[in-house]
Write a new protein. Structure first.
Length: 398
């Protein structure tokens, strides 16, 4: 890749600023999923093993009041990190100042320190989230080199990513960021063909730019989930009580016309009368959806149609579940698609673009079946839209 990575830089005795994404779910003071911490370990261990002094920081939650601060301290995260590294991690409950500076200056090669939630700076004029120039410059001054390993915030220009990068000579990607750039960026640039995109989730409006970008890149785009019903309507079908964005029907028509047959919708759906798991499941062809039914999943024929196309793919990019996967009875389509992707793992690059489809696959226990599951929801969506992500752009080129 053209970007500088942690492998390219001299770390020995250097104060290494590492922006990680430790925005983990915490309930009653206990971390309920430490995956984001685990994912950052390769970069942190690499820095420590190569004689760097690791200075770690992340955002956690949103900080609007003093109360938010109490709930969103990174101390519990720092403790978990220490357990996972099997090494002490010195926690500094400040985001700036003398205590932090002297702790950094006392750090020895191979030691780690974590400072407090970067968004504590948001309480005073959104300094972190608005990339306050003074803050980025200050944080940059605390280290010798900067490593960005937080893909989850790469679509935002914050002081802790872009701000630091712009004020330091050496800004490189960590292993996690590198992986995202290689898999998502690399695939979009140069996919092995045929490339199949699978899009689902609730709304067309959230995915318009993704569809438009992928129409230029993919060979086929399979559409399921709630967003499919706006397309069915555009094709002239009635969709009963299904999710429908009336104001996007015209756009869906245009996309279908423009797509030249690239956009493919299934021929049947699984429906229910009510939006709940126990409502009786029925199956209808898409031209026969009754007025009092709502589509909550793709149907068995659609699953087979999609599977036939997936079988031939050399690259698959998937964003958005095929149905309301939170309801077991309507998770069938999402699960079957995930299984069929796991089957082609040896012949194809299969990528899940974060968010709900990643959550669905993990929840279904099928995470191992994929080449890459992105760690960023919003970031991977913007990447799929073809946008330049500021957090990636700010990493220096080789
Ligand atoms: P997104 O965040 O856009 O990927 O959307 C994910 C959400 O879409 C999940 O919470 C799903 O339950 C929901 N979803 C998927 N299919 C449908 C559907 N047919 N009707 C209503 N919601 C759906």
């Amino acid at each position: 890749m053209a970007k500088l990575t942690v492998r390219d830089i001299d770390l020995k005795n250097k104060k290494v600023l590492i922006r990680v994404d430790f925005n983990v779910p915490i309930k009653d003071g206990v971390i309920t999923d430490d995956n984001r911490i685990v994912q950052a370990l390769p970069t942190i261990n690499y820095v420590l093993d190569n004689g760097g002094k690791a200075i770690l920081f992340s955002h956690l939650g949103r900080i609007k009041t003093e109360e938010d601060k109490a709930k969103n301290s990174l101390e519990v995260v720092s403790n978990r990190l220490s357990e996972l590294l099997n090494k002490p991690v010195l926690f500094i409950n400040e985001t700036r100042g003398e205590k932090l500076e002297s702790a950094i200056n006392n750090l020895k090669s191979g030691e780690a320190l974590m400072f407090e939630n970067t968004r504590f700076e948001d309480l005073d004029g959104k300094k972190e989230s608005k990339n306050d120039p003074e803050l980025g410059k200050y944080w940059a001054s605390l280290g010798d080199v900067f490593i960005n390993d937080a893909f989850g915030t790469a679509h935002r220009a914050h002081a802790s990513n872009v701000g630091i990068s712009s004020n330091i000579d050496v800004a490189a990607a960590g292993f996690l960021l590198e992986k995202e750039i290689n898999f998502i960026g690399g695939t979009l640039e140069n996919p092995k063909r045929p490339m199949v995109a699978i899009l689902g989730g609730a709304k067309v409006s959230d995915k318009i730019l993704v569809i438009e970008n992928l129409l230029k890149i993919a060979d086929k785009i399979l559409i399921g989930g709630g967003m499919a019903f706006t397309f069915y309507k555009a094709m002239g079908y009635e969709v009963g009580k299904s999710l429908l964005e009336e104001d996007k029907v015209e756009l869906a028509k245009e996309l279908l016309e423009k797509s030249n047959g690239k956009i493919i919708l299934g021929s049947d759906v699984a429906t229910a009368k009510e939006f709940n798991n126990d409502s009786k499941r029925s199956f209808y062809n898409v031209d026969e959806i009754p007025n009092d039914e709502m589509g909550l999943d793709i149907g068995p024929k659609s699953i087979e149609e999609f599977k036939e196309i997936i079988k031939t793919a050399k690259t698959v990019v998937w964003n958005g579940p095929m149905g309301v996967f939170e309801f077991e009875n309507f998770a069938v389509g999402t699960k079957e698609i995930a299984l069929s992707l796991a089957e082609i793992k040896d012949q194809a690059t299969t990528i899940i673009g974060g968010g709900d489809s990643a959550a669905a696959v993990i929840q279904l226990g099928l995470a191992e079946g994929f080449t890459h599951i992105s760690t960023g929801g919003g970031a991977s969506l913007e990447y799929l839209e073809g946008k330049v992500l500021p957090g990636i752009a700010a990493v220096k080129d080789k």
